[in-house]
Design a protein. Structure first.
Length: 339
């Protein structure tokens, strides 16, 4: 890779630095970012101070922080050498991947060590997509290797986004013939019946997150054509009854709002050559009081069934604005206190 890391003797007053050399000055400029904003982000998230000295970067801080920041800088430089760009999300992902994991999270990653690194880069028609946390990496690996996968956790952890990205990747590779995305038509405090328009116009706003994900991965004209040909479908859960979904990549989003009977109905739609992903957040159930969530029942009943994987996310996996993670943690703390 052409990067050398030199750690000079420890200066007085516990100020320690690691000196990193980057041979390609053009790539170093991209690594630093406009007005050094990439370096500023790494400084803020790792607690180090970074100084630029010609084609070298001096990373100053305690041992653990320096090691993390240095690993992130090396990884991002290698990414640039491979012809990829570096954005804020890539930096955040590199830092998350570089942090030591608690013991309870290690088991989740042991099962994915057998997978090749290429599997984690999802190639769509618009942009490559990469997992940004260890939990996301395990999740993507399981979606490729299991016919039925569950992604359970709070909003903003990439459950649906990554599932759709895997589906588009498999569709473009010819592994499946179509993509089917579904959601239970349960209102979160509003009444769909009072919205103007026909059934499609009433449902479309509710399905918008699924459209948004697809628009990130496929050009608009191609997406419109595939939807017209029914090779990509977005439909409410109720429309799945009576169908057998063969050679398809199927995603059920917001599954916590499916009833037990709806969940059983949906799971039994799985046909030959298909993959199915169920995503949901157990803390955001909008079903009427007293109605059991089909997601909770499926989790209890299918644990240990061969061919079924379960992946769990926490606030640490939130890849939206950092404030979202803090909001989720605050609500979790409040729920714990009230419980």
């Amino acid at each position: 890779m052409g990067i050398s890391a030199l750690t000079p003797p420890t200066p007085p007053q516990d100020i320690v630095e690691t000196l990193m050399e980057f041979p390609d000055n053009r790539l170093l400029i991209d690594l630093c970012g406009e007005f050094d904003r990439n370096l500023a982000q790494i400084e803020h998230q790792t607690g180090v101070h970074i100084l630029r000295r010609g084609n070298r970067l001096a990373v100053i801080g305690d041992k653990a922080s320096r090691e993390l920041a240095s690993a992130v800088l090396s990884g991002l430089y290698a990414r640039l050498e491979a012809g990829k760009g570096v954005e804020a999300g890539d930096i955040d992902g590199a830092i998350r991947m570089g942090r030591p994991m608690p013991d309870r999270e290690l088991a989740a990653t042991e099962q994915i060590e057998m997978f090749s690194g290429e599997k984690y880069e999802l190639r769509t028609r618009k942009k490559p997509v990469e997992p940004r946390t260890e939990a996301q990496k395990a999740y993507v690996g399981n979606l490729f290797d299991h016919e039925l996968g569950f992604g359970i956790g709070p909003a903003g952890t990439g459950k649906t986004y990554l599932a759709v990205a895997v589906g588009v990747t498999m569709f473009l590779a010819g592994a499946v013939d179509k993509i089917i995305l579904s959601r239970p038509a349960v209102e979160a405090g509003e009444r769909l019946g009072f919205l103007p328009g026909d059934m499609k116009e009433k449902i479309d706003p509710y399905m918008q997150p699924l459209y948004d994900a697809l628009n990130d991965f496929l050009p608009q004209k191609q997406l419109a054509k595939l939807m017209e040909e029914k090779r990509i479908e977005i439909a409410p859960l109720a429309f799945m009854r009576g169908r057998t979904l063969s050679n398809a990549f199927v995603v059920l989003d917001e599954a916590q709002n499916a009833t037990t009977m709806q969940m059983k109905m949906f799971l039994t739609r799985l046909g030959e050559g298909s993959r199915m992903v169920i995503t949901g957040d157990r803390t955001q159930v909008d079903l009427p009081r007293g109605t059991a969530s089909g997601l909770a029942d499926a989790e209890r009943i299918l644990k240990g069934v061969k061919g079924v994987s379960f992946n769990y996310f926490t606030s640490k996996d939130v890849v939206r604005h950092p404030l979202v993670a803090r909001i989720i943690e605050a609500y979790e703390a409040q729920d714990g206190a009230s419980g």
